[in-house]
Design a protein around this ligand. Structure first.
Ligand SMILES: *Cc1c(COP(=O)(O)O)cnc(C)c1O
Length: 221
């Protein structure tokens, strides 16, 4: 089942992305069993995404999934930050200067994406587009911090045009801030698109899809 779902997603990547070779699937395994995670890895998944540190570390202590990149995609509380830096390869939700500084001053080589609120919904996390310039100009000076691009979530809606506008906004922000690039500050990656909207995200230039239920089926706890 997982294998078949991945086959469909891989075909969609070829069909909808302007640059299929750059697209990676982050299999979002939050609230999914280790058995299902193993099936996904057997089916070729190389990236796993989790949104709660303790749940993730409980699973990784049983099955470390050697060689598989670990992505932290949830909101990161400061008291969990060090655990995240020590155990994950990617952080998709960087949005505070305090955390950026902590990462810069640590030994961690975690790759970061800056989370942007592209839906315009006030209850959503991420920096507002008009806060981005100040933030990026600040953190690009932090040596020891590796920024690779932006992450965003569209509103949960049936309105395709609205979803597309959100993803196009993230892409245009990444293009706008490409002028700020340095050796350790890049705008290469766009983490956008989940189970219900990843095809639109692909058309709009996503490089990381974060797909959970569309790979694993319903979450179990
Ligand atoms: C849960 C989650 C996903 C995956 O959602 P699905 O609808 O299961 O594909 C993607 N991104 C974030 C930030 C999430 O929390």
């Amino acid at each position: 089942m997982i294998k078949d779902r991945l086959t469909v997603i891989r075909e969609d990547i070829k069909r909808f992305s302007p640059y299929p070779d750059r697209v990676r699937i982050v299999a979002v395994s939050k609230k999914q069993s280790i058995e299902k995670m193993r099936s996904a890895v057997e089916a070729g998944i190389t990236d796993l995404g989790e949104n709660r540190i303790q749940d993730a570390l409980d699973k990784f202590s049983v099955e470390p999934f050697e060689g598989i990149a670990r992505h932290f995609i949830g909101y990161l509380q400061s008291n969990k930050a060090n655990k995240c830096l020590q155990n994950f390869n990617w952080l998709h939700s960087l949005q505070t200067e305090k955390l950026a500084k902590l990462i810069a001053d640590s030994d961690s080589r975690i790759k970061c994406l800056i989370e942007v609120n592209i839906s315009g919904e006030t209850n959503k996390s991420g920096l507002l587009p008009d806060q981005l310039s100040t933030f990026l100009n600040k953190v690009r000076e932090f040596h020891g911090l590796e920024v690779c691009g932006l992450m965003g979530m569209a509103a949960f809606t049936e309105d395709e045009a609205e979803i597309r506008r959100s993803f196009a906004l993230l892409r245009s922000l990444a293009e706008e801030y490409k002028v700020l690039e340095t050796a350790h500050f890049k705008m290469d990656e766009l983490s956008m698109g989940m189970t219900h909207d990843y095809r639109i995200a692909l058309e709009e230039g996503a490089t990381f899809l974060r797909i959970g239920t569309g790979i694993f089926g319903p979450r179990s706890y």
